[in-house]
Design a protein around this ligand. Structure first.
Ligand code: UDP
Length: 410
């Protein structure tokens, strides 16, 4: 049995996914820690206190505790956090002294937690593992509208070169990190994400459409935080090109008050293109309610410039809804480009969707249309099971443990 400290300081693992600073990383931490807990390990997920009456320690699932440490600085956005990291280090050390606990490893998530983990690991003399979730440099390179600060880029480079192990969720991300920082291959380990198939599974599509008020429409779904790197303009530009008789509705789920500017920009684009009536912004939807949306959809579209994994893809496929996605994150592992051969598989409903290697709106419109025409019913369970066989949290937890054991014997 191992005791592990997971750091998720800028965003709570139980925060509202789909809001500005909370998304796949929280789903990832709950999934991985839950599976480790089930295997008999103990995980403390450290995050920052966000409200006045928050309990310091909360049990989330067997073996897994959420520890909310107070650095005394009150509510802060992630951009304001850096100067308070030393206080966070002190708060975590104090908690561990009071509880008289020590850990076998530190697993830091996102660069801000990485800076804290680096300091803690010096004193505790335990391996420090880092997962960036996204890289500032990759975001800036992929999307002109993103401008991640130089401080982040510099700290990510330092962490990449000094941590005991970097974890990524997709082979493309491994390649990227090795190239960026000239790392050795064995410094970077791919541990793919899982998906909760008890929550995400096929339901009746007509019933799901009725419940979401979308009966009679071809439903194109996009889910995630609303920020420039998600590339939603491309989806809107593709939606213009779809024939009126298809009665398309594009449903964009996610975003909170902090996303208002970005949402307004997308609404303006839709209005300029004359398709405001085709686009629905649902705002943030509780994670537990998302299966209804995936099941109401005829196709899920992920037009992101950059993803380090893209959990939405697994959630969609687990619900039997095909995907159209770009060549980033885990998508090239799940999908193939549209060719004669894959077209045949699509018509037989043996393919989970289409990979796009360009950002040409007409190509995206065509792929989206092919998917919703050929998938008027959900994907076969055999297709879903084949593709999702390796993506489960238990497999991720086993790889994680194997990695720790290797690090301890090094
Ligand atoms: N999500 C959610 N409600 C929303 C929007 C998103 O629960 O309104 C969840 C979604 O189910 C997924 C995560 O947020 O688990 C998004 O993860 P992904 O890896 O696709 O994107 P990221 O947020 O990491 O960029």
């Amino acid at each position: 049995m191992m005791r592990m400290a997971f750091l998720s300081l800028h965003s709570s693992p139980v925060g509202k996914a789909g809001s500005k600073d909370t998304g796949g990383m929280s789903t990832y931490l709950r999934g991985l820690s839950g599976a480790l807990g089930e295997m008999g390990h103990e995980v403390d997920l450290f995050t920052r206190v966000t409200g006045p009456d928050e309990a310091e320690v909360k049990t989330l699932s067997p073996g897994v505790r959420l520890v909310s440490v107070d650095d005394g600085a009150g509510p802060l956005s992630k951009n304001e956090l850096y100067p308070h990291l030393p206080a966070m280090v002190d708060a975590i050390k104090k908690f561990c002294r009071t509880e008289n606990i020590s850990f076998d490893l530190i697993f830091s998530n996102y660069w801000l937690s990485g800076c804290v983990g680096r300091e803690l690991s010096k004193g505790w003399q335990v391996p420090h593992l880092v997962m960036f979730h996204t890289l500032g440099r990759a975001k800036n390179e992929a999307c002109r509208e993103e401008s991640e600060p130089g401080l982040r880029l510099a700290e990510e480079e330092k962490l990449a070169c000094s941590s005991d192990q970097i974890i990524v969720a997709a082979p493309l991300e491994k390649e990227r990190i090795i190239n960026y920082y000239s790392l050795r291959k064995d410094n970077v380990k791919v541990i793919p994400c899982g998906v909760d198939r008890q929550l995400f599974h096929p339901l009746s599509r007509p019933a799901a459409k009725e419940e979401t008020g979308l009966t009679g429409n071809k439903v194109i779904l996009a889910i995630g935080r609303i920020e420039p790197v998600k590339g939603y303009e491309l989806l809107i530009r593709a939606a213009v090109l779809l024939p009126a008789e298809d009665k398309v509705k594009v449903v964009i789920v996610g975003g909170d008050v902090k996303s208002e500017i970005q949402v307004a920009h997308l609404k303006e684009l839709a209005a300029d293109l004359g398709i405001s009536n085709r686009i629905i912004f649902s705002g943030l939807v509780e994670h537990q309610k998302l299966p209804l949306y995936y099941n109401a959809a005829d196709v899920t579209v992920i037009p992101s410039y950059y993803e380090s994994f893209g959990l939405v893809a697994l959630e969609s496929l687990a619900c039997g809804t095909p995907l159209v996605a770009g060549s980033t994150g885990i998508f090239p592992e799940l999908l193939k480009p549209y060719t004669k051969k894959t077209a045949e598989l699509l018509t037989k409903k043996k393919s989970p969707g289409i990979l796009l290697e360009n950002r040409i709106s007409s190509a995206w419109a065509e792929a989206i249309r092919i998917c919703y025409i050929h998938h008027s019913t959900p994907l076969d369970s055999s297709v879903i099971n084949d593709i999702l066989a390796t993506y489960n949290w238990r497999t991720a937890a086993l790889s994680f443990i194997r990695l720790i054991q290797e690090l301890h014997t090094k």
